[in-house]
Design a binder for this molecule. Structure first.
Ligand code: BGP
Length: 467
């Protein structure tokens, strides 16, 4: 039996838009997702998991099931319905009540300021491609940090800058639904990193209590055939797009020569030019050693082959195994037909990839201070029987990933905790209510919660640290 460190925290993750529902309650402003879901998908963010009203139930269950931390995001448009201006007191009060409930239940809130849900007014004005919005974000972040400093100790600026750029401008599954625009992908990454650095500098320069960091999704990229140079190159380029560019910005405060060359190559094939200014680099450099922690979201790895030809990304949103496609000219293509287990949504299940990613971080960015695994979990078509779900596959998935984390800790990585995605079932941005991840099953008609088999298993791990 292996044992995680005594102070290793086990928690659950949520996000405002996927959990709260109540999309226009108490003065909340619209977000781009509201109409994007209506127009492009078969579901909306109503009712979600009605966390807006049910948070006391979820936190009580959390306490009962050994949940020591919860990732919660603040919906920017509840606080500032139009992104800036006068604060909406009802929105401000809502999060105060939630954080107070967390304290009551002894569940530490890890608070994210932005989890995919920029207010619509700013989103339609270029979102983070528009530098004006970088400053609006910084103002909103400052407001929250000051408002909740008595209740919140752990702050995260952004959740997954990488998938935001991808979803918005590469695969088009997030609003505004643009595809194959690599210039916008990198520019969005860069501008958001700039916003992050400004907030981190503010937090540290003013000695706020607690810690601040960022959450990056870091899928590991392997060459399909490690002996084939084109495959090796494809894996490197994919890694730059999804991981290395934002990690450089976070911890180097600049882009390495390797990264710059890769980006130049990608843009020379795909078109585009970036606006990266000297003063941006100064800001990134100023903040690079100030990050208290890095949150890693890890779900999958990818195997890459070289590819030249037309761009083609097909998103498997219905969970029809084998229907995904990913091919980018001059970059590479993902190979799905390999000897690795995958989910119905073609996410390759590979715990070793988490170990490799953690160790890569410690090696390439030694100024990192500590890591939380801020998301990991199994999206599954859960079967509800006997008022529960016998989700052995999920238990197996979590167990294997905890073992990979254990190994990384043994090998010197400073990993302090793990947040399962998700605490209770929530809907999936581009896959709907059918793709469930939670420890607590949610009946979306009645909003009743039912602990799954995994919840009982997870509680034991949280209490004993034995895996
Ligand atoms: C991450 C997001 C989460 C969550 C999770 C699962 O990218 O931070 O919000 O959605 O992935 O992804 P999906 O819902 O697409 O299965």
């Amino acid at each position: 039996m292996k044992k995680l460190p005594e102070d290793f925290l086990l928690g659950g993750a949520t996000a405002a838009y996927q959990a709260e529902g109540a999309t226009n309650t108490d003065g909340k402003g619209r977000v781009a997702w509201d109409s994007f879901l209506e127009e492009n998908y078969w579901y909306t963010a109503e009712p979600a998991s009605d966390f807006y009203h049910k948070y006391p139930v979820d936190l009580k269950l959390g306490e009962e099931y050994g949940i020591k931390g919860i990732r919660i995001s603040i919906a920017w448009s509840r606080i500032f319905p139009k992104g800036h201006g006068e604060a909406n007191q009802k929105g401000v009060d809502f999060y105060r009540n939630v954080f107070e409930e967390c304290r009551k239940r002894d569940v530490e809130p890890f608070v994210t300021l932005h989890h995919f849900d920029t207010p619509e007014v700013l989103h339609s004005d270029g979102d983070f491609l528009n530098r004006k919005n970088v400053n609006y974000f910084v103002e909103y972040a400052k407001f929250c940090i000051n408002e909740y400093k008595d209740l919140v100790k752990y702050w995260t600026t952004f959740n997954e800058i990488g998938p935001i750029g991808d979803g918005q401008y590469l695969n088009g599954k997030f609003p505004p639904g643009i595809k194959y625009d690599l210039e916008k992908v990198f520019q969005s990454h860069h501008n958001m990193m700039l916003a992050h650095a400004k907030v981190v500098a503010y937090f540290k320069d003013n000695n706020f209590p607690g810690e601040i960091g960022i959450v990056h999704a870091l899928p590991t990229k392997y060459p399909y055939n490690p002996k084939n140079l084109e495959d090796v190159r494809a894996a490197e380029l994919e890694d730059v797009i999804h991981n290395r560019f934002i990690l450089d910005a976070t911890y180097l405060g600049d882009y390495s020569e390797f990264t710059k060359k890769a980006v130049n190559h990608i843009l020379s094939v795909q078109g585009g030019e970036l606006d990266i200014r000297d003063e941006d680099i100064e800001i990134l450099t100023y903040a690079k050693d100030m990050n208290d922690f890095l949150g890693i979201n890890y779900y999958m790895s990818d195997w890459m082959r070289g590819y030249e030809g037309e761009n083609s990304i097909v998103h498997n949103s219905r969970g029809e195994e084998g229907s995904s496609e990913y091919k980018l000219d001059g970059i590479g293509q993902r190979e799905f037909d390999i000897d690795v287990e995958r989910t119905d949504w073609d996410w390759m299940i590979y715990p070793q990839g988490l170990y490799d990613q953690i160790m890569r971080l410690t090696r390439d960015y030694p100024n990192y201070k500590k890591i939380y695994i801020t998301e990991n979990g199994l999206g599954y078509k859960d079967v509800f029987v006997d008022n529960t779900v016998y989700d052995d596959a999920r238990i197996d998935y979590i167990h294997k990933h905890l073992l990979a984390i254990y190994d990384a800790i043994q090998d010197g990585a400073n990993v302090k905790g793990y947040f399962l995605w998700s605490l209770m079932d929530v809907f999936s941005w581009s896959n709907g209510y059918e793709k469930r991840y939670g420890l607590f099953y949610v009946d979306f008609d009645t909003q009743e919660r039912y602990p799954k088999k995994s919840a009982t298993w997870y509680k034991k791990v949280s209490e004993t640290k034995e895996i």
